[in-house]
Write a protein that binds this ligand. Sequence first.
Ligand code: G1P
Ligand code: ZN
Length: 544
Amino acid sequence: MEITNIQTTPFDDQRPGTSGLRKKVKVFQQPHYLENFVQSIFSALEGFQGKTLVVGGDGRYYNREALQVILKMAAANGFGKVLVGCGALLSTPAASCVIRKYHAFGGIILSASHNPGGPNADFGIKYNTGNGGPAPEKITDAIYNLSLEISEYHTLETADINLDLIGEQMIGDMHVEIINPVSDYADLMESIFDFNAMRTLLSSGDFTMRFDAMNAITGPYAYEILVQRLGAAEGTVLRGEPLADFGGAHPDPNLKHAEELVASMNGGNAANFGAASDGDGDRNMILGYDFYVSPSDSLAVLADNATLVPGYAQGLTGVARSMPTSQAVDRVADELGIECYETPTGWKFFGNLLDAGKITLCGEESFGTGSDHVREKDGLWAVLFWLNILAVRKQSVADIVYEHWRKYGRDVYTRHDYEAVSVEGANALMEQLRAHSSELIEQKFDEYEVEHCDDFRYTDPIDHSVSSHQGIRILFTSSARIIYRLSGTGTDGATLRVYIEQPENNSEKLDWDPQDSLAKLIALSSAIADIEKHTGRKKPDVIT
Ligand code: G1P
Ligand code: ZN
């Protein structure tokens, strides 16, 4: 079959963000826009001729169309084989699992994660390398630079293939294998967790769980694992059908967007354990009866209880958290005598540490938790980890967390997001902080004395690459912290994230609402950065 070379001109806005290229669907639908980016990915890679690529997406609007384009371009660029999740589906952690299991050269994931979907909403595309993880900055920078110079791309003029038929097909000389998107991932989960103990708990009659798939990708995965393999009751999985627009909802598992699930965890009919995952299945939210577990606490509890899970029975080599994530897991690492690494925001920074065997578990405050089983954060995995702990400890979620706080203290934590604010205002706010950071050191604001203030800079301990400007940190002598950074995943204006944290060891105050415990520090965070002046906002849009 003839390869066609199509002439094109560059777009100047194809720089991948925290997690791939995310834009409005309408932007991706411009002629040549998707093709330019895909060609830039392939041109940035070397040595993939005849090798295997994995492709799948979270099922959102434009997923199938984009996948057909990518298949033809992969064939024209010389890949030997592509593994595609049936229905064009693969959750992000499942894609990572498949890349690793079949030793693929890499993979392309079509997703805008927790961003809304539909013709007027968001789409995204990202490249993962052969370790199953997001491409490092070296590659994403190369992709961007190529996108600024592109003059042609390669494709094949051929009919679309049937994405819903499991088995082999051909595009030109390239094999396309449509695979079951769930089974490899479900098998991996079965190899890590104590399915017998979990099955016993779920059939005990006095334990119920609810999993909210938010009309996104994890519905089929949760149904297969929780209902089919673990025997949970029908009805355990809520909003289980992946929809192209997520039913008009925002598929982000937090207290605001999983409102119905949260409400159903109180009162007479409440379940013992509640959980949710996001658009592409890599995030998780954990709830107990009338109890919310913050992601930072969840990571610390998982680390502390890891040896209860067969897959981690040997213990942890080390742990890592992103810089704005609370310091709760640091305390567990101290107790276990293992290293805790502090990385910039974004999963890609965990890859080298995982590959080098330096860490077993890692996580972010943004509802992301994971381990060395794949190279992405993994929503259902975190839910199963909790279920495994509950099955062994036979205590409630709240009891386990309170016990944890009594032992280690509580890192009271909140994140305030100011969404879709003006880019100029947000940049000015960050500039002002940066300019004044040295003056802040040793200043005292009531009981809060600033010990250190900087713009976080990370040197990767494995490849020594340096990532600068990763967020302004104000560190107080008491270990309290205020951190400011701008989101790298939004598609509307700028989003300012303010992370506020303070350790609490007073057992009388462990159950306080973080917004109350942190009230003074929250007010201080607004004043120091002049948030209202720069954003025009009096209060945040989302509090987690
Ligand atoms: C957000 C989260 C970050 C996460 C990323 C991808 O990025 O804050 O922790 O890795 O989404 O899920 P941000 O928008 O803050 O750049
Ligand atoms: Zn996601």
